[in-house]
Ligand binder design. Structure first.
Ligand SMILES: *Cc1c(COP(=O)(O)O)cnc(C)c1O
Length: 433
């Protein structure tokens, strides 16, 4: 067994001071069992825990670290910029640089505004959509996560009622009542809702590729139907690209599908590991924001030079030769996908490996990979808990939840992927025997 005495001690202290010892719930290992591992450093594709154990990291801070941990140019940009002042609360050059990179990379972004998290980006985009359309209702899909703003912490209502119920205490049912929740991959349900209430709907929001409840790859026809119906009914289409933005190619999932959303939200990769979110889209919509327009949104630390510099160096590194960078991520992702698949076939285990680019998910269940949340079998979480533990003990860090995906970074390499596949074989044998 791996010795994790220091992690255990820190966790004991942390639990006295912070709820469950963590500042974001899934870090607490609640669904995989055992104690969370405290990390002390990251380098490339590796992380080191408080006891000095090393792991190959497939969490990558839940997606931002597409260049790997402590990428030298990012670290240097952060250090140099910080030496000149951390935050001004006034405009700075670094904001213009990051905005320029983002707007020139993504054709449907005419303007952006930076905030400090993905949650804030989505919350603000929703407000903007409501302000611009003069409508209140929003539509989301079950299994899509858009951060923890009140109107989005909503689960599907029971039975035929599509209007949601709060999925968190503290969200007034009247707020949730403004959010309709529909299953993914269900054209009829969506068409029906739009037919009945299309003229009340401010916005339809969907993840570029839903990647917060497994990886639920949607049919392109479904995505195009959303675009067509939104246009027909005067609702805005918001692509939440907090995970997919600058991960699935230089211009995200929307361009991949050939769809022009009205607004798009960003986070994770766009900050290169610093707290950055962004939302953007059509100029006429963005100009509804204060101080030009009536939709208010602000932030003390928004666009601070250090965070902007980390994002700018990250994007510049990716986009300098975007073809090569994303081809490399695709190649590493494919190697991992086929390696894991080959192990499963050889061992006669009927799980599936779902992948898009550098995002992978293990669906630990029989049959076709699910395309909607309702098709993920809850029992798979138990199998995942065992796999997660077995992989940790073999030096591989997976996310501590069956519903979370794996992220490959440019710091991973073919040898590392091979090592991961070998550990996987060993782990699957151990937990299925
Ligand atoms: C992570 C995530 C968010 C929330 O971003 P935070 O920075 O954690 O607030 C929103 N949408 C999607 C699709 C995400 O994956």
């Amino acid at each position: 067994m791996t010795d994790r005495a220091k992690s255990r001690k820190l966790y004991g202290q942390a639990c006295e001071l912070m709820p469950a010892g963590v500042n974001s719930p899934v870090r607490a290992f609640g669904s995989v069992g055992g104690d969370p591992i405290f990390l002390q450093r990251g380098l490339g594709c590796h992380v080191l825990d408080a006891d000095g154990n090393q792991y190959i990291d497939y969490v990558c801070s839940w997606g931002p670290l597409i260049l790997g941990h402590a990428y030298p140019d990012v670290v240097e940009a952060v250090a140099t910029t910080a030496a000149g002042g951390l935050s001004f609360g006034a405009p700075c050059r670094q904001e213009v640089e990051l905005a320029e990179l983002v707007v020139s990379a993504v054709p449907h972004l005419e303007m952006v505004r930076f905030v400090s998290s993905g949650t804030e980006a989505v919350m603000s985009a929703i407000r903007l959509a409501r302000g611009a359309t003069g409508r209140d209702t929003i539509v989301k899909f079950s299994g899509c996560y858009h951060g923890h703003a009140d109107h989005l912490l909503v689960s599907a209502g029971s039975g035929l009622a599509t209007f949601g119920t709060p999925s968190s205490a503290g969200v007034p049912p009247s707020f949730a009542g403004h959010t309709a929740v529909l299953p993914l991959d269900d054209d009829q349900a969506f068409l029906k809702l739009m037919e009945d209430r299309g003229n009340e709907i401010a916005a339809v929001i969907i993840e570029g590729v839903p990647a917060n409840a497994g990886l639920l790859i949607q049919r392109p026809e479904f995505m195009h139907m959303l675009r067509d119906e939104c246009s027909r009914h005067g609702a805005l289409l918001i692509f939440d690209e907090v995970i997919t933005g600058f991960r699935l190619g230089a211009n995200g999932a929307a361009v991949h599908y050939g769809i022009e959303p009205d607004l798009a939200t960003y986070g994770k990769v766009i900050g290169g590991g610093m707290p950055v979110g962004a939302y953007g889209g059509r100029r006429d919509l963005m100009e509804q924001l204060a101080p030009l327009g009536p939709v208010y949104q602000a932030g003390t630390l928004s666009g601070n030079p250090v965070a902007m510099a980390a994002g700018a160096v990250t994007l510049r590194t990716l986009l300098a030769d975007a073809g090569a960078a994303y081809a490399e991520l695709e190649k590493l992702g494919a190697q991992l996908e086929w390696g894991l698949r080959e192990v499963l076939t050889r061992l006669g285990v009927n799980w599936s490996v779902v992948r898009v680019g550098s995002i992978l998910w293990l669906a630990l269940q029989d049959g076709d990979p699910p395309r909607k949340y309702e098709d993920i079998r809850p029992e798979s979480a138990e199998t995942y808990a065992a796999l997660h533990r077995a992989m940790l003990d073999r030096g591989i860090m997976l996310a501590p939840s069956a519903y979370e995906v794996m992220f490959v970074s440019l710091a991973h390499d073919p040898g590392i992927i091979e090592e991961t596949v070998e550990a996987f074989e060993d782990a699957v044998k151990a937990i299925t025997s």
